[in-house]
Design a protein around this ligand. Structure first.
Ligand code: NAD
Length: 477
């Protein structure tokens, strides 16, 4: 059993470890215990990052490449082992866990390359003889607060660009998944980074999170998590005039129109709604279907959903693992109840027993809903999708956009005209045509509009916007 210690200033710090890391597929399997850190320990981590910041800011592109490439290579070489750890602590199926671990490795590899490609602009001035250079500098200490649903990929897509652009880091991972963050930082601790450049502090978000957010030594906060927490963090950062980036919830629409390829649409919705147990901010939770294909689509998706094998995340053949914990499971079941009370027709959505005691439920499809119902307004964050019947594409687009969120939006169609129109008019940061709303590439920007995101984009070259400050220098030689 592991004791997940904090990593502060290049040292693994002994703290009383009391937060159990429980396998959601089998609650008798406790992986370890994580530190419940005090505000003082968070302050120490911030101080360590603050002290180390100038040294790493002055590092060469080669040093940054070497660190990031080392980490990426090791994660990729150990993707099966890390994927197994991930599936054991978070509950996504083993192939999904291995896929996420590999993704984390690829992200480090991408930013290793970016470390060598940092460029500025040289411009002519409007004044005779004057030269202008526009360059990017590190921001300084960046605080990172991450959720439980992508325990290695999300820390990776924040830490890798931060280091690539010369920043130091304090990472506060989600309470439910300390193992992956610990494994990632353990690799980073052997990567050649100077002490204090990366720090890891476990503990309750509501207790130590605000210390990180409010510290004057922390120059930027990158947060992924729920809307209420994100709003609070943005307000605190606003008071301090601190740079902030938020990635939050979604209520992502998938439009299926009459001319769609039925099999493709069913596959895309099955994947988007239920894979990773629906615990993806980009999950397809509103399936908006035009009249001509509605009944055929609902019947085919129901059959495909009922055939999904729900079980222990590490068991071969499992297609949908458990929900992450009892609290989230109860939340999912209560949304199913709400939908039924609102006169939705519920298929599935029941607690399941398996050989081991865990947080299993059958995926749920709620048909006969309209967009005003709570099930279509609020994020469930579980394997629950609803179907909204609409007359035509125009109504589908209006319903798709009628939401407080704007992360991802999809359409299944064989019409180039509709696909182009949807890409231009869907109010979302990411648009998918004939692809699930979830599942993105790692070298392009990730993020949303409206209530889903705030601040500049994560991932790809666009990450530079958040992790650097632009400087404009004028010279009269
Ligand atoms: P959460 O907001 O409860 O927790 C996220 C993180 O914030 C955790 O590390 C938590 O400890 C910390 N935290 C809690 N209270 C805090 C406070 N007062 N100050 C500072 N930090 C605090 O979210 P969660 O339940 O872990 O994750 C699920 C949510 O994350 C969902 O809403 C989902 O949509 C969202 N999510 C979004 C994306 C995205 O990129 N848009 C990706 C994954 C998950």
């Amino acid at each position: 059993m592991m004791d997940y210690k904090n990593y502060i200033g290049g040292t693994w710090v002994e703290t009383q470890a009391s937060q159990a890391n429980v396998n959601p597929s089998d609650v008798s399997d406790v992986l370890g215990h994580a530190a419940k850190s005090s505000a003082e320990l968070m302050e120490q981590a911030i101080d360590a990052a603050h002290q180390a910041a100038p040294q790493w800011a002055a590092s060469t592109p080669q040093q940054r490449f070497d660190v990031l490439d080392f980490v990426g290579s090791e994660i990729l070489a150990r993707k099966e082992e890390l994927g197994r750890l991930l599936s054991r602590e978070e509950g996504k199926t083993l192939p999904e866990g291995i896929g996420e671990a590999a993704r984390a490795g690829q992200i480090f590899k991408f930013f290793a390359g970016e470390a060598l490609r940092q460029a500025g602009d040289r411009l002519a001035s409007v004044r005779p003889g004057v030269e202008i250079d526009v360059t990017r500098s590190p921001v300084g200490v960046v605080g990172m607060i991450t959720p439980w649903n992508f325990p290695i990929a999300i820390p990776a897509w924040k830490v890798a660009p931060a280091l690539c652009y010369g920043n130091s880091v304090v990472l506060k991972p989600a309470e439910l998944v300390p193992g992956c963050a610990h494994a990632l930082v353990e690799i980073l601790s052997r990567s050649g980074l100077p002490d204090g450049v990366v720090n890891l502090v476990f503990g309750r978000g509501s207790e130590i999170g605000p210390v990180l957010v409010e510290s004057d030594k922390v120059k930027a906060i990158s947060f992924t998590g729920s809307v209420p927490t994100g709003r609070g963090i943005a307000a605190a950062c606003g008071q301090k005039l601190k740079k902030v980036q938020l990635e939050m919830g979604g209520k992502n629409p998938m439009v299926v129109v009459d001319d769609a390829d039925l099999n493709l649409a069913v596959d895309a919705c099955l994947n988007g709604a239920f894979f990773s147990t629906g615990q993806r901010c980009t999950a397809s939770s509103r399936l908006i279907v035009t009249e001509g294909i509605h009944d055929r689509f609902v019947n085919a998706l129901t059959d495909a959903m009922k055939a999904l094998k729900v079980g222990h995340a590490l068991e071969a053949g499992t297609q949908m693992g458990p929900v992450v914990d009892e609290r989230q499971l109860q939340q999912n079941l209560s949304y199913v109840e709400v939908a039924a009370k609102e006169s939705g027709r519920v298929i599935g959505g029941e607690r399941l027993n398996r050989e081991t005691e865990g947080f299993f439920m059958s995926p749920a499809l709620v048909t006969d809903t309209d967009n005003a119902m709570r099930i279509n307004r609020e994020e469930v964050f579980g394997p629950v999708a609803s179907v909204i019947r609409v007359k035509d594409y125009d109504e589908a687009l209006a319903v798709a956009n009628d939401t407080a969120f704007g992360l991802s939006a999809g359409i299944c169609t064989t019409s180039l005209k509709l696909a182009s129109h949807f890409k231009a008019n869907a109010e979302a940061g990411m648009v998918m045509v004939n692809l699930p709303t979830a599942g993105v590439d790692y070298h392009v920007p990730f993020g949303g509009t409206k209530g889903s995101s705030f601040g500049s984009r994560e991932q790809g070259r666009y990450a530079a916007e958040f992790y650097t400050t632009v400087k404009t220098a004028y010279t009269l030689p």
